[in-house]
Design a protein around this ligand. Structure first.
Ligand code: ARG
Length: 406
C-alpha cells in the first residue's frame, strides 16, 4: 500500500493547492494575507462592527482607563450600549467601509456576537465582555501571519470569537497564511497589581517612570494595538496592556521570522494603553509623535540614527470626548493610511489634516466621532490583511549592526 492509499492519509483539499498556483491566481507574488507595515497600498482589511457591544464590566485594567479619561461613571454600566449609540457608530463604520470599497479595498466584517454574556474560566468570572469594534486590539498581521494577541483585560479574553470565521476562511484560501494564537494568559488576580495607585499622584508618576505598570510580569500579555509595524522591525508600546514578558514572546517570535522587535516607553503617559494615539508611522522615514507623550530619548535615537523624521501631531480639534468614550482626544492621531500618500482622518481634525497636507499627503475626511465610544478611531477599528509591498528594512544602521555581529 503506498502512503497515499493509507486510510488515514490526508485528503487532498483546496488548501493543499500548490502555493505557486495560488499566487498566480492572485496576480501577484504574495499571498492573500500579506501586510508588513502601516503604510503600503491597502488591498484588504477587516473593519469592526458595533453590534451588541457592552460597556465593559468593572475590572482592574478598565478602572484605570476610565479614570484616565474622566469617565468614572462608566463603572456603573450594566449591559448593552444603547441601541441608538450602536446604530450611530455602525452608520459611520459603514460609511467608512463604503469609502474603502470605493478605493478598491476588499473589506471583511466580524460575525455578530453577543457581548452581554457572563464569562468564566477556572481563575475568574466577569458579568459581560466588550465589543468587536476594535479588531486592531486583537489581531496582528505580520506579513503572511495573523497573530491573535493574548489580550490583557478579562472582558476581552474571548474577543477572538467574532473573527474566527474570517480567519478560517483566510486559512482555507491562502496556503501561505500562518495563523498563530499567542499563549492564552490565565489572567488570575496576580496579573493585576491590586495596590496600584490610580489617583495621578507622584507615586503614579514614579511607577510609570520606572516602567512599573498596572499589570504584573506574572505571564506574557500583549494587545495587538501596542505594536506598530515597520517592515522587518516592529516597535512595541509598553504599558498596562503589554508587559515585558509579552514583549519577550513577541521578540522571540519575530526573531524566528527574521524580524526584530524593540520596546518603546512613553513615561509621561500615566495610563499607557495602545500605541496608536501616541506614536504612528506614516510612510518610510516619517512618523507622528504625540507632543504630550514624548518617547524615551534613548529609544528615539534608533529613529534618528536611521534617518527617520518624527513630526509632532497637531493639537486635537477639541478636548471634549463623547460621554462614554474611554479614549483621550489624541484619537486625532489614530489615522489609517490608504497608501503612503493618502490618509483617512476624522473630519473635524482640520489641524491634523493641514499638517498631513504640509508633508505632501492627501487626506480623506470621514465623520467618525460616534465610533469613539466603542474603543477608538480608524486605526483601532481596523486590521489590515493585505498591503501591496513586501518585507523590507527601514533601519539600515540596525542591519549594519546585525551584519557586524555575525
Ligand atoms: N490609549 C489611547 C488614548 O486614549 C487610546 C488608544 C486606542 N487604541 C485602540 N487600538 N483601541 O490616548
Amino acid at each position: 500500500m503506498s502512503e497515499n492509499d493509507h486510510p488515514h492519509a490526508p485528503k487532498k483539499t483546496k488548501t493543499t493547492a500548490p502555493v505557486s498556483a495560488f499566487r498566480k491566481s492572485l496576480g501577484n507574488e504574495k499571498g492573500l494575507v500579506n501586510s508588513w507595515n502601516e503604510w503600503d497600498t491597502l488591498e484588504e482589511i477587516i473593519v469592526g462592527i458595533a453590534d451588541k457591544a457592552v460597556i465593559p464590566p468593572k475590572e482592574p485594567a478598565f478602572e484605570m482607563k476610565v479614570k484616565d479619561s474622566g469617565k468614572i461613571h462608566m463603572l456603573e454600566g450594566t449591559g448593552y450600549r444603547t441601541e441608538q449609540s450602536i446604530k450611530m457608530a455602525n452608520d459611520q463604520l459603514n460609511y467608512f467601509v463604503e469609502l474603502l470599497e470605493g478605493e478598491g479595498v476588499v473589506v471583511r466584517r466580524p460575525d455578530v456576537v453577543d457581548f452581554n454574556v457572563p464569562v468564566k474560566t477556572p481563575d475568574w468570572e466577569v458579568p459581560r465582555m466588550n465589543t468587536s469594534a476594535c479588531p486592531r486590539d486583537l489581531l496582528l498581521t505580520l506579513g503572511n501571519e495573523v497573530i491573535e494577541a493574548t489580550m490583557s483585560w478579562r472582558s476581552r479574553f474571548f474577543e477572538y470569537r467574532p473573527y474566527r470565521g474570517i480567519l478560517k476562511d483566510y486559512m482555507k484560501r491562502d496556503p501561505c497564511m500562518l495563523w498563530t494564537c499567542a499563549p492564552k494568559p490565565l489572567m488570575a488576580d496576580n496579573l493585576y497589581r491590586s495596590d496600584y495607585p490610580t489617583d495621578y499622584s507622584a507615586k503614579n508618576k514614579e511607577l510609570v517612570r520606572n516602567y512599573i505598570y498596572l499589570t504584573s510580569e506574572e505571564e506574557p500579555i500583549f494587545d495587538a494595538a501596542d505594536i506598530m509595524r515597520f517592515g522587518k522591525d516592529i516597535f512595541v508600546h509598553m504599558g498596562f496592556t503589554t508587559n515585558e514578558f509579552g514583549f519577550e514572546w513577541l521578540r522571540r517570535h519575530c526573531a524566528s521570522r527574521g524580524m526584530r522587535a524593540h520596546m518603546l516607553h512613553f513615561p509621561d503617559d500615566l495610563c499607557p494603553f495602545h500605541c496608536d494615539a501616541t506614536f504612528v508611522p506614516l510612510r518610510p522615514y516619517l512618523a507622528l509623535e504625540n507632543p504630550a507623550r514624548p518617547m524615551e530619548p534613548f529609544e528615539r535615537r534608533i529613529f534618528e540614527e536611521n534617518d527617520w523624521k518624527l513630526i509632532t501631531a497637531a493639537q486635537p480639534n477639541t478636548m471634549e470626548m463623547p460621554a462614554l468614550s474611554q479614549c483621550s482626544p489624541w484619537l486625532c492621531m489614530n489615522v489609517l493610511s490608504l497608501s503612503e500618500k493618502v490618509i483617512f482622518c476624522e473630519e473635524t481634525e482640520k489641524e491634523m489634516m493641514n499638517l498631513f497636507n504640509d508633508y505632501g499627503f492627501d487626506t480623506i475626511p470621514v465623520p467618525f466621532r460616534n465610533v469613539f465610544e466603542f474603543g477608538g478611531s480608524f486605526h483601532c477599528v481596523t486590521t489590515d490583511i493585505r498591503r501591496r509591498g513586501k518585507k523590507q528594512s527601514y533601519f539600515k544602521a540596525l542591519d549594519a549592526q546585525e551584519a557586524a555581529a555575525q
